[in-house]
Design a protein around this ligand. Structure first.
Ligand SMILES: *[C@@H]1O[C@H](CO)[C@@H](O)[C@H](O)[C@H]1NC(C)=O
Length: 332
């Protein structure tokens, strides 16, 4: 599990951000006011042979006589159950209420940040190669559905540079990962399926919606409605509004994955205007598998669109870093 967490971290923070790419089609509206929406219906069913038919009959039912088969753009069958469809806003709202539907969201067009990852990451060109070390390491795999000859990989017109990128961690991730150090991270932020279920229940998902995703008997009860700020994720993100002062706390649990005992001290790097505290700021672990919790509080006012800070837990050997992002949401 610890390995899986490391690899998903690498995946999330670097590759997803670098290679986020074009989905189905653009989200512009047709003259009839339709846009492309993704209707998400949970995990994929065991037998997917009748899925497109089922999607179509559901659309016919909800949308009625204005439904035309050409509006159903794609039925997903491989990784999850759902479809891409051109709908009016009202139709999208109706489908969201339909039994069996977890969520409906507008399709978005994403752009790659670079097709030259090596340069983008700031690596030099004359790196000494160590074959014994380099073999057997998979840093990340992402199946985007685009192919090598895709125009998306045409390097023309790319002048991307992480220093020029104002979107900070949202665009380029948590920074460089040293794969050799990541093998022995010292501490991990572990999370299991039930942590995610608690978070979804706390976000207003119903038992029925959660079961569409888990395909088991998971339920939302009064005891498992978790706050989104308490999901045991290795990064911290907080939205605020302009000039409003922020005061929010997060809780996290660290698991020691080293055999020996160790003492970790927290260091926070915060920009002016933000006060970030960690309590307790020293955690001692007696051995492998031991867990310790802490609370991180962010207070202050943010004047830019996005500000970045970070938390590093260090025992002198391992530096366990988490990005902290506070971003301003303009009130609608
Ligand atoms: C992480 O959590 C999973 C699921 O609860 C558990 O099986 C695994 O042993 C945990 N890993 C560590 C390093 O504690």
């Amino acid at each position: 599990m610890a390995r899986r967490i490391v690899s998903s971290l690498v995946f999330n923070f670097i590759f997803l951000n670098l290679f986020s790419c074009l989905l189905v089609s653009s989200s512009h509206s047709d003259s009839d006011g339709r846009k492309t929406y993704i209707v998400y219906m949970g995990s994929k069913p065991e037998d997917t042979s009748s899925t497109p038919l089922h999607h179509r009959s559901m659309l016919e039912q909800v949308v009625g006589s204005s439904f035309s088969p050409k509006h159903l753009l794609y039925s997903y069958k491989r990784s999850f159950n759902g479809f891409a469809v051109r709908l009016t806003k009202e139709e999208a709202q109706k489908i969201a209420l339909k039994e069996g539907v977890v969520s409906v969201f507008p399709n978005e067009k994403k752009h790659v940040h670079t097709t030259r990852s090596w340069d983008f990451m700031g690596f030099t060109h004359n790196v000494p190669r160590v074959n014994q070390v380099e073999s057997n390491i998979v840093v990340g795999v992402l199946d985007t559905g685009i192919w090598p000859e895709s125009p998306s990989f045409n390097d023309e017109a790319f002048t991307m540079n992480s220093k020029l990128n104002k979107q900070a961690e949202f665009a380029y991730g948590a920074g460089h990962v040293n794969p050799l150090k990541a093998i022995n991270p010292g501490l991990v932020y572990n999370a299991s399926a039930s942590d995610y279920i608690d978070m979804l229940c706390g976000q207003g998902y119903t038992t029925a919606m959660v079961r569409l995703i888990t395909h088991d008997s998971s339920a939302c009860t009064s005891t498992n409605t978790g706050r989104v700020w308490d999901l045991n994720y290795p990064s911290f993100a907080l939205s605020t509004t302009p000039s409003e002062s922020t005061n929010q706390f997060f809780t996290r649990t660290l698991t020691n994955v080293e055999l020996r005992a160790s003492i970790y001290t927290a260091t926070v790097f915060a920009p002016p205007g933000l006060r970030i505290t960690v309590d307790p700021s020293v955690l001692s672990f007696n051995g492998i598998g031991e867990t310790k919790s802490f609370r991180l509080t962010v207070q202050g006012t943010v004047s830019q669109a996005i500000v970045s800070a970070s938390l590093v837990w260090s025992d002198g050997i391992h530096d366990v870093r988490s990005p902290i992002i506070v971003y301003v949401l303009n009130k609608p």
